[in-house]
Design a protein around this ligand. Sequence first.
Ligand SMILES: [Zn+2]
Length: 502
Amino acid sequence: MTAASLLSRGGLVFDLDDDAPKPRDILVVGDRIKAVADPGRAIEGDVPPGLEVIDATGRMVVPGFVNAHYHSHDVLAKGLLEDMPFDVWALHSQPAFFGPRGKAELRMRVLLGAIDCLRNGITTVQDMNTLVPQDEETLDVILAAYEEVGMRVVFSIALRDIGALDVAPFLPPDVPADILARIQGSDRDPIADLDFVERQIKRRGDLPSRMTWALSPSGPQRSSRALLEGIADIGQRENLPIFTHVYETKAQAAKARVLYAAQGGSMIRWLDEVGLLRPGTTLAHCVWLKPEEIAMLAGRSVSVAHNPVSNMKLKSGIAPMRALACEGVNIALGCDNSSCGDCQNMFQAMKAFCLLAAATDPQPTGVLAAGAMRAATIGGAEALGLKGAVGELRGGMKADMMIVDLSDPAYMPFNNATRQLVYSESGRGVETTIVDGRIVMRDRRMTTVDEAALREELAEMMPRFRREFATVAAASERAKPYLLAANRNVAAVDVGVNRFLF
Ligand SMILES: [Zn+2]
């Protein structure tokens, strides 16, 4: 049940412009914040019916985070992979290799990923979802699980009609045919895929208020011109945000130099040509951008979703965040797949965002905790098409927030709200999470799902999943030396920028 009204009383209300937040009461009516006021001043006149009071004394109320890049399909694979460059990892984690999953597993992975988010104060997620099989039943199970857990989601069905791994052009010539077939994948019909997505948007037009649609080509190099232009067209007609992966790895940059030779080797110019470089587009990763491409993103009001932890785990390089910030590009933060970051934790992402700036620049960079908090809240909201709805705590906004316990050692002593959220907090202090005016976690317990029952169900499910994961891993093992050789070939290619420290 959505609480009719909530009053958070006595908590310090986080303010990006004030490192010493003040106690404020927050009145929530329905799904929105009605007032943020001095203690005792939030309610004028009659007490709203059904008012639930939360004593937030000794706590800080913080806007819910926006996880701007995530895929729910491999939540069960957390902790299973390590020390793999991107394309080797991709061979282990692509949903296509696993075949159809049962409904219980589809529901489980959405719920577990969402609980990981909500426990860490993430109230909105962009799930770039690869539906396998791509059918209505699979989609409905996933959307129902989001509805059940009560998380805000901007949902997109990831499309790719070119099956090959990004690094495929750089393979050595002696790859056995069966391994090559696995690496090359199989292509799909773009028209059928576009038609499927458009039909789903029409069919599920009545999404609950916490859910919105977006569109996702998996990556320009994995998509035909017809697919990219088709997505641009649906995006314009339906006014939907678009999310895609861009320049995550050096192999993608090296491939772009050949694939988009007519566009000066630039994936960004190619996106422009197919109508996707526009406000409302968010590019995940952007590790291997050239300076002139960064300027283009700024000029077109395109957002970047930075995923520092996954970029490090998959040996993708360090994204040029200082240059993007200096050019005024809107920056959001994501936690990416659970198999390449192993958790949905914005505190880790924010800390890495700040600290990585030091890896490439020994001088002060201006990459500060406040910038990380902005990216995790307002920046993410803008990227997801939710600007003015989430990311801030003020009257009229959706009531998405977390309540953080200031008696946690992370705040002892409490010197600076922003810096301690970014550098000291681990997620341990998040006590209560509210989405759309509804308490979904209270005193560290989920209110929307039975976590004990979920744990039991998971324990039953995992032996089979681990067996199947091991089968995919074993099949990928023979391809690994060839993919590593391709990676070495890419290392020798000059793409005009270097995002490694060598
Ligand atoms: Zn991704």
